[in-house]
Ligand binder design. Structure first.
Ligand SMILES: NC(=O)c1ccc[n+]([C@@H]2O[C@H](COP(=O)([O-])OP(=O)(O)OC[C@H]3O[C@@H](n4cnc5c(N)ncnc54)[C@H](O)[C@@H]3O)[C@@H](O)[C@H]2O)c1
Length: 319
């Protein structure tokens, strides 16, 4: 029986408990940040307010603490949003954790001092003491996973044996796992698809969105290669797979549709999506300083125009 600790009791962390428990693992979940999720997970019936389902009674909830992180687990899963990555990196660093870590979080970090973009696994390894990190990405709406709808995801690690060991602990009939050594490419694709799904969502007809989809793939390919990922990763689950699900539904493409209708970002956010986190917006703010300075804008015209809409509040111009 594998002992798994999931850090982050939001929609994804909680949905992830479903295949983990199905595989008869001993699963503990903890929540360091949100009072709502702490309340949900520590309640008797374990009704999750974001997933709108009751989680298994077998799931154990424990209060987040350094002591908990020091307990003997076989796998630690990070399911926090991007803003929680530095926090958890610092917590784990001081403990010199050797346990394999699996990151579900999608996103990239810009380090101003070094003028460099880091993937989350790079950041955890370099800044926070060489942890043993794998990344799990791909098309996976948390609500669908929690309801056991079939989905396929990909685990990446240069050491493919670690990725395969993790996959064995968590795969089920409805949670199918592929593997990749291209951890950089997988992380780059799964992050930037949040920006491109906004762009595709801005199309006001299927024809326009399809054309934006194809142009987005060309830009994603260029960026993946630029950051030293494999071009072919774009064709996989973390690339085109995840782009499809995000463009077809979700908060990024919803924001994109308002931008496409001619609303400015600020107006659309205030009027229609006040309480929603738009991950593509967060990523745009994070990476724009680097992309604008370092990358030929003729290679990424869609992303450049989206930056203008999000950062400068200009009307979105998509040619
Ligand atoms: N890998 C996958 O298959 C997959 C699928 C869906 C989503 N995701 C990713 O998982 C992550 C979480 O998504 P979600 O849908 O669960 O979001 P959510 O909003 O439901 O939950 C966010 C989690 O992050 C925590 N958090 C937020 N801000 C924090 C901070 N400043 N410090 C510490 N913790 C903080 C919250 O408390 C919560 O646990 C996102 O990066 C998302 O892209 C991954």
């Amino acid at each position: 029986m594998t002992k798994i600790l999931i850090i982050g009791g939001g929609a994804m962390g909680s949905a992830f408990t479903v295949p983990c428990l199905e595989n008869k693992n001993k699963v503990t979940i903890t929540e360091p940040y949100s009072k709502i999720f702490i309340k949900d997970l520590s309640s008797k019936n374990k009704f999750h307010s974001a997933l709108k389902i009751k989680l298994s009674k077998k799931l154990r909830f424990k209060k987040f603490s350094q002591k908990l992180l020091q307990e003997k687990f076989d796998l630690i899963v990070i399911a926090l949003s991007l803003s929680g990555i530095d926090f958890i990196g610092k917590e784990l660093k001081s403990l010199k954790i050797k346990t394999p870590i699996l990151v579900l979080t999608k996103g990239l970090k810009y380090e101003k001092k070094r003028n460099k973009i880091f993937t989350i696994s790079e950041l955890l390894k370099k800044k926070y003491n060489g942890m043993n990190v794998s990344a799990l990405k791909g098309p996976c709406l948390a609500k669908e996973l929690a309801r056991k709808n079939k989905t396929s995801v990909i685990i990446a690690n240069k050491n493919i044996n670690i990725a395969k060991w993790i996959g064995k602990q968590i795969s089920t009939k409805y949670y199918l796992i592929e593997y990749s050594r291209d951890i950089i490419g997988v992380e780059i694709c799964s992050a930037i698809k949040n920006i491109y799904s906004m762009i595709i969502g801005s199309g006001q007809s299927l024809n326009t969105s399809s054309s934006l989809f194809q142009k987005s793939l060309i830009e994603m390919k260029y960026l993946t290669k630029y950051f030293k990922g494999k071009e072919t990763t774009i064709e996989g689950l973390a690339g085109v797979g995840d782009l499809y699900v995000s463009a077809a539904g979700g908060r990024n493409s919803k924001m994109g549709s308002y931008l496409g209708k001619g609303f400015t970002f600020k107006t659309a956010k205030k009027k229609f999506m006040k309480k929603d986190t738009v991950e593509g917006e967060q990523l745009a703010r994070e990476i724009a300083p680097f992309i604008i300075k370092k990358i030929d804008k003729r290679k990424v015209p869609l992303m450049t125009n989206l930056f203008k809409a999000v950062l400068k509040n200009k009307k979105l111009k998509i040619n």
